[in-house]
Design a protein around this ligand. Structure first.
Ligand code: UD1
Length: 432
C-alpha cells in the first residue's frame, strides 16, 4: 500500500485525536485479568489493535467492536495457554499477554514477539520480573514458557524503565500472593492508565506514574492455577467500563506536521500534561502553542530555529516522536543534534529523508541535521511506523509529489491518517 502526497499546502482547522495505541493494546491484554465483561471506549481502530483483538479470540476470549471506538471483551473459564505464532510475530505488544495470562491462568507459552524493527528489543527484564515472583521461565527455540511455581511477591529492580516490562510485571503481580514492588519502573501515562484499569477491576496498585510501583497481589494461599478464573485480587467477577486516554504520540505528530508546513491547527481531545515534553520542545523551535483545557492550538508565525533533542523515558522527549521531529528539523535554520537513548536503530528514516534532499549525518546514537533544506518530493519507503509518520511530515512540507511505500506500517498506529490530514487541507491519499 502507498500513500501519495502533494506537498506545499498549508494546514488549517481542527483535528480530533483518538485513543492511545499503547494504552489500548495493554488494556486489551489486561482484560483477561478482569472477572467479567470489559467495555473499552475510545479505542483506535488501527491495525495493531485489530491484531491484539485477534489474539484475544485465538486464546478463547470474546473481542468485538460494538460501535465506533467501543470494544467489548470477555474471557471464558477456560483460556488457551499459547499465543499463536502467526499473530505474535505481527506486533511487539503481543508480549503483553505474558503478564495477563500469567495472572489469569498461571501459565503462558508465547513466541518472542515481532513489531517494528527499531533495534534490539529483548525481553530479559520481563522474564526477570516473572522469575522473581516465582514463575518458572524458559526460553526454548524462540518461545517463552512461563509456569507458576512458588508464587510470592517480590522486589524487582528494572535496569531500564521498560514500558512493556513494567506492564507485564504489574499484570502478573496481580495474581501473585503478597506485595510486589517494581523499582525504576516506567512512568509513561499508559502505565497509569493500566493501573487505573486494574484498580477498577479490584486490584490494589499504588505509585503508578512514579518510579516505584507497589502491587498487592492475590491473597496468600490462592495461587493462580491453570484453567481457573483469576486468583485473588481480581476474583470479584467484576467487569469494567473504561475509556482509553488520548494518544499523545498521534497528537504530537499533528503538532509537528503543523510546525513543518506553517499552519494553524487545533488539536482536540488531548491531555495537556502528557504533551508537556513535546510542547516545550516545539516552543524551543519557535512554534506558538496556545493551551486549552483539553485541546491546543499550534501556529507558526515566523521562521523556526534548530534545537537539540534527547529521547528519554517519560517525562523525557518520546522516542516515538523522534523521527517526525527529524523531518521537521530538516526544514529549520541551523544545526540540530538528535540523541536517541531508548532504541538503538531508530535512525533508518534518515536515509529516506536524504532521498528528499535532507542533510543528515548519523553516527551511533546521534544524528546531526543541517537545515534549512528544501525537501523535494520523492519515492520513499516507511521503514517503521513512526518513520512513516516522519515521511508524511516531510511529504506535506516538501515540494511536489512524495510516494511512501510500505504505508501499511503507518496504519499500525494512526487511525484515518489520510482522512484527517485531508480535512486539514493536506493533499494525501492511499493508493493500493
Ligand atoms: C513501548 C511502546 C513503544 C515505545 C517504547 C518506549 C507499546 C506497545 N510500545 O515499547 O511505542 O517506543 O515503549 O517508549 O507500549 N529493553 C530491554 N530489556 C527488556 C525490555 C526492554 O533491554 O526486557 C530495552 C529495549 O530494548 C529498549 C528499551 O528497553 O531499548 C525501551 O523498551 P521498552 O520501554 O520496553 O519498549 P516497549 O515496551 O517495547
Amino acid at each position: 500500500m502507498k500513500l501519495v502526497i502533494q506537498g506545499g499546502n498549508t494546514l488549517r482547522g481542527k483535528v480530533r485525536i483518538g485513543g492511545a495505541k499503547n494504552a489500548a493494546l495493554v488494556l486489551i491484554a489486561a482484560s483477561a485479568i478482569a472477572g467479567g465483561e470489559v467495555i473499552l471506549d475510545n479505542v483506535p481502530r488501527i491495525a495493531d489493535v485489530e491484531r491484539q483483538l485477534e489474539i484475544v479470540q485465538a486464546l478463547g476470549g470474546r473481542a468485538e467492536w460494538q460501535e465506533q471506538g467501543r470494544v467489548l471483551l470477555s474471557w471464558p473459564d477456560k483460556v488457551a495457554v499459547a499465543v499463536p505464532y502467526q499473530l505474535a510475530k505481527k506486533l511487539r505488544a503481543s508480549n503483553l499477554f505474558l503478564g495477563a495470562l500469567a495472572a489469569r491462568i498461571g501459565q503462558v507459552r508465547m513466541p518472542l514477539p515481532g513489531g517494528c524493527d527499531i533495534g534490539f528489543r529483548p525481553m530479559d527484564l520481563h522474564l526477570k520480573g516473572l522469575s522473581a515472583m516465582g514463575f518458572e521461565v524458559e526460553l526454548e527455540h524462540g518461545f517463552i514458557n512461563a509456569k507458576a511455581r512458588e508464587l510470592r511477591g517480590a522486589r524487582i529492580y528494572l535496569d531500564f524503565p521498560s514500558v512493556g516490562a513494567t506492564e507485564n510485571i504489574m499484570m502478573a503481580a496481580v495474581g501473585v500472593p503478597g506485595t510486589t514492588i517494581v523499582e525504576n519502573a516506567a512512568k509513561e501515562p499508559e502505565i497509569v492508565d493500566l493501573a487505573s484499569f486494574l484498580s477498577g477491576v479490584g486490584a490494589t496498585i499504588r505509585g503508578a506514574g512514579t518510579d516505584l510501583i507497589k502491587i498487592e497481589g492475590a491473597r496468600a494461599g490462592v495461587p493462580a492455577s491453570a484453567g481457573r478464573a483469576p486468583a485473588g485480587a481480581c476474583d470479584s467477577g467484576r467487569g469494567a467500563r473504561f475509556s482509553v486516554i488520548p494518544d499523545r504520540i498521534e497528537a504530537g505528530t499533528y503538532m509537528i506536521a503543523a510546525a513543518a508546513v506553517g499552519a494553524e491547527v487545533t488539536i482536540e481531545n488531548v491531555i495537556i500534561r502528557h504533551l508537556q515534553p513535546v510542547i516545550a520542545k516545539l516552543q524551543d523551535v519557535g512554534l506558538e502553542v496556545a493551551v486549552g483545557e483539553d485541546s491546543l492550538t499550534v501556529r507558526r508565525s515566523g521562521p523556526l530555529r534548530a534545537t537539540d533533542i534527547k529521547t528519554l523515558p517519560y517525562p523525557g522527549f518520546p522516542t516515538d516522536l523522534q523521527s517526525p521531529m527529524m523531518a521537521l528539523l530538516c526544514l529549520v535554520q541551523g544545526t540540530s543534534v538528535i540523541s536517541e537513548n531508548v532504541f538503538d536503530n531508530r535512525f533508518r528514516v534518515a536515509d529516506e529523508l536524504k532521498r528528499m534532499g535532507a542533510q543528515i549525518r548519523v553516527k551511533g546514537h546521534s544524528a546531526v541535521v543541517e537545515g534549512p533544506t528544501r525537501l523535494l518530493g520523492a519515492q520513499v519507503k516507511a521503514p517503521d511506523l513512526r518513520a512513516g509518520a516522519a515521511l508524511i511530515v516531510a511529504g506535506l512540507a516538501g515540494e511536489g509529489e512524495t510516494e511512501i511505500c510500505q504505508a501499511e506500517l503507518i496504519e499500525r498506529g494512526y487511525e484515518k491518517v489520510a482522512e484527517k490530514f485531508c480535512a486539514l487541507g493536506g493533499r494525501i491519499k492511499y493508493v493500493d
